[in-house]
Design a protein around this ligand. Sequence first.
Ligand SMILES: Nc1ncnc2c1ncn2[C@@H]1O[C@H](COP(=O)(O)OP(=O)(O)O)[C@@H](O)[C@H]1O
Ligand SMILES: [Mg+2]
Length: 226
Amino acid sequence: MTEKPTDDRRIRVVAVAVQKGGTGKTSLAASLSVAAAEDGERVIAFDLDPQGSLAGWGALRRKDGVTVERIQAWEIGQMPEILEGCRENGTTLVVIDTAGTATGLAPALRTADLVVVPVRPSRLDLVAARPTLQTLVGLGMRSRLALVLNQCPPPPSPRTDAYAAQLRSLGVLAEPSIVHRVDHQDAVASGLGVTEYAPCGRAAEEIRALWGWLDAKMSRPEVEAS
Ligand SMILES: Nc1ncnc2c1ncn2[C@@H]1O[C@H](COP(=O)(O)OP(=O)(O)O)[C@@H](O)[C@H]1O
Ligand SMILES: [Mg+2]
């Protein structure tokens, strides 16, 4: 694991959010946290979901690189102060996992450099993503959202292509799309990211590439579109 030099730069925050359960928020939060740590980031992952799935993953972990902490509903308003504490401790990246509801999330979402919105290639998921996108646009965060197609059929898939085109009409679509692979399920069950569980597998390759895309996107923030 190569550690990037810490400096005084602002801590970066990636939130994973969509008002629908089962789309892969927690799985992506876990594996992206690990991939970022392997890329030299000092990572804290915050679990804002009362279900505590990410915290449960953290409790299973026997590897270092990612610290996982729960944030209770009444603490969400203090996110800016919590992040300042993280920055002072040398954290370079915070990953925030959220519940499948937007209620009370605004103070956390506002702190994000990027909000990852996972969507499965199905009409119900596409429709369910819209209120989240509207919430983010309402918060003035249109340029800070990135849709991710997750749990896609194996490529080449006309279905993935068709949904990718629809998502691009709603906002920026991150690359690559993430294919449905059991590595994601087995990694989470072992307290690992996919890049730790099967480092040479295709799931690991996709997650590394997705982290690279998100990292690059955060380094070239666009002017906020109205
Ligand atoms: N890319 C993927 N491939 C295979 N299974 C996945 C993938 N992403 C998520 N899953 C599975 O889908 C289910 C829901 O994922 P989860 O991360 O808990 O979603 P959420 O946090 O949005 O509710 C879990 O069983 C998880 O293992
Ligand atoms: Mg979850």
